[in-house]
Design a protein. Structure first.
Length: 255
């Protein structure tokens, strides 16, 4: 999957995560090449969110996580964020009683702390990419619609100047029209040079926007491949895309 001569921005090897004695993720290995969208699809409880938590350092894990060619094992969550590895969590985790503008500025906290004075340039870029946030900059985040909250969560992540963006279920709970808008924004982020690891239950939308995909089932990788190939895979189509089930179940006629 990795382009010739291009080192992966993320390489996960035989990752294992357990909650007590229950192992939620078993020997997961995946790669994200620079400038690509890689998606992980699968049902509820498959371990997708757990996988992202382990990559971010939020959960203890066994195995290896290499970011930008170096082990991330000793890096704290804050250090990973400072180096451009940023998570947009499933619950968005906004500060509901703070304004849109204040939520965005908090996204640049690490940059400000390290003396980066260009964060206001990024703020202008975020408002350009998300015009609705500019219109609502003085509103409390808790008063926004679901789609606007997702935009704010993504905009806040962009304030950290991510090199790799981890997106956990960005379409969750959104109307179909807003889902299309969110995935259009995700594609535009890739075009701007951001690599993306996308966890999604909306397999159809995820495979349409991504370059490569992994199917996670009960904590294990069931199948992987270029997104177009996964979308054409009868098993994936029947289970996750709602099509091909009958065709896959009917044996081929004898020659």
């Amino acid at each position: 999957m990795t382009a010739a001569g291009a080192a992966p921005v993320l390489e996960v090897g035989q990752l294992r995560v357990a909650y007590g004695k229950v192992e939620a993720v078993h020997d997961i290995s995946l790669v994200v090449a620079p400038g690509t969208i890689v998606t992980v699809i699968g049902p509820n409880g498959a371990g997708k969110t757990t996988l992202l938590g382990a990559i971010m350092g939020l959960l203890p894990a066994k195995g290896s996580v290499a970011y930008q060619g170096a082990s991330a094992h000793t890096l704290s969550v804050e250090q990973r964020v400072a180096r451009g590895l940023i998570l947009v969590p499933e619950r968005r985790e906004l500060f509901a009683g703070m304004s849109v503008a204040d939520n965005l500025e908090l996204g640049a906290f690490q940059r400000v702390r390290h003396g980066d004075r260009d964060w206001k340039v990024t703020l202008a870029e975020v408002y350009h990419r998300f015009p609705r946030l500019a219109q609502r900059r003085d509103q409390f985040a808790g008063t926004l619609s679901g789609g606007e909250r997702q935009m704010l969560a993504m905009g806040r992540a962009m304030m950290g100047k991510p090199k790799l963006l981890l997106l956990d279920e960005p379409s969750l709970g959104l109307a179909p029209l807003i889902v299309r808008e969110i995935f259009s924004i995700i594609a535009a982020l890739r075009a701007s040079g951001v690599s993306i690891l996308l966890v999604e239950q909306n397999a159809r939308a995820a495979l349409q926007v991504s370059d490569y995909g992994y199917v996670l089932e009960t904590g294990e990788l069931a199948v992987e491949g270029p997104s177009a190939d996964l979308a054409a895979n009868p098993r994936v189509a029947a289970t996750y895309l709602g099509k091909g089930a009958v065709a896959a179940a009917v044996p081929a006629p004898p020659a």
